[in-house]
Design a protein around this ligand. Structure first.
Ligand SMILES: N[C@@H](CCC(=O)N[C@@H](CS)C(=O)NCC(=O)O)C(=O)O
Length: 242
């Protein structure tokens, strides 16, 4: 925690006085990129719990994530990476849990109740291993080769959306009855897929959830610039743009 001096005005019974007090503020460095979903999920969660991040931009194209000073923090050199006063944590979904558990004013974004938490964990793993993984299989080849992934990769994307549509049947949120970090993580993933090139109308529960999640998730607006730059990156590689 870094101490920050603030002055407050105090009214004593006879007079008004201004006094200096020292309060502890978290000292959170986020090594990040504005456009990918994992970094955007952390930005939204930090906003939701009300902590400021010292954002440190890393550009993998310039090899900045492979510099010795960053490798010392995170030998896996993945972005985002959070450093909280010397404590280092990476993997975006682990960062989301950490932020809520350490700084959340309450546990609503990641309830302590074991069953509620288990459902959120399941959705977070679904996001990482099924949804984001399908997105990467089908859309990442665009960036590398200028062509979409193969038919099997496209089937993976459709299966992932069908599953999410099923999870959301009669539900306003992806895990339980309130906004949680599972919504935030999946929102970051879906926003990329939808903006790059995906017709959500075939998955009405997902479309409805997405429209609402954009409205109710703190920090959504803060991620729009990064999201748009993600879109431009993919658009520039699409076959019809060539
Ligand atoms: N599962 C990880 C994925 C992180 C990831 O792959 N980040 C990319 C940028 S989106 C990255 O770090 N690329 C550079 C590298 O892996 O060396 C997370 O959610 O944090």
């Amino acid at each position: 925690m870094k101490p920050v001096a603030v002055f407050i005005s105090v009214h004593f019974s006879t007079q008004q006085q201004t006094v200096w007090v020292l309060i502890a503020m978290p000292n959170l460095d986020l090594y990040y990129m504005p456009s990918p979903g994992p970094s955007r999920a952390v930005v939204m969660t930090a906003k939701a719990v009300g902590v400021e991040l010292n954002k440190k931009l890393l550009n993998p194209k310039l090899g900045e994530h492979l510099k010795p000073e960053f490798l010392k923090l995170n030998p896996q050199h993945t972005i985002p990476t959070l450093v909280d006063d010397g404590f280092v944590i990476w993997e975006s979904r682990a960062i989301l849990i950490y932020l809520v558990e350490k700084y959340g004013k309450d546990d609503s974004l990641y309830p302590k109740d074991p069953q509620k938490q288990a459902l959120i964990n399941q959705r977070l793993y679904f996001d990482m291993n099924t949804l984001y993984d399908a997105f990467a299989s089908y859309y990442y080849p665009l960036l590398r080769t200028g062509s979409y992934g193969d038919a099997a990769a496209w089937t993976k994307v459709q299966n992932a959306f069908e599953l999410l549509n099923t999870f959301l049947e009669g539900q306003e949120y992806v895990a339980g009855s309130q906004l949680t970090i599972a919504d935030i993580s999946i929102l970051a993933t879906i926003a990329t897929i939808e903006l790059v090139d995906f017709d959500l109308t075939k998955y009405p529960n997902v479309a409805k959830w997405y429209a609402n999640a954009k409205k109710v998730t703190p920090g959504w607006e803060d991620t729009l610039e990064g999201l748009l730059s993600r879109k431009h990156l993919f658009d520039a590689k699409k076959p019809e743009f060539k």
